[in-house]
Write a protein of this length. Sequence first.
Length: 95
Amino acid sequence: MAVPVSVLVPVYNGAAYLAETLEAILGQSYAPAEVIVLNDGSTDDSAEVVARYPSVRCVTVANGGICKARNQAAALAASPRSEERRVGKECRSRW
């Protein structure tokens, strides 16, 4: 039985890396149930980058910092147990 996975991407002024991040997420062999980008008040083109991906949900909030952004994104996730299975990486980091 496949477990549904929500992918949460908090972003603040990360437009330069966001398309590459979303392509990597969407290109996985195990498709996520949902991808949520929490735009933490970016002043760059982050929201416009996400708009090119119709399957990705983008929620924009006032800037509150990375911890608040991660918690807000987790609260939006629909997958069961999403609070228990979080892995945090800023969009500027490369794995």
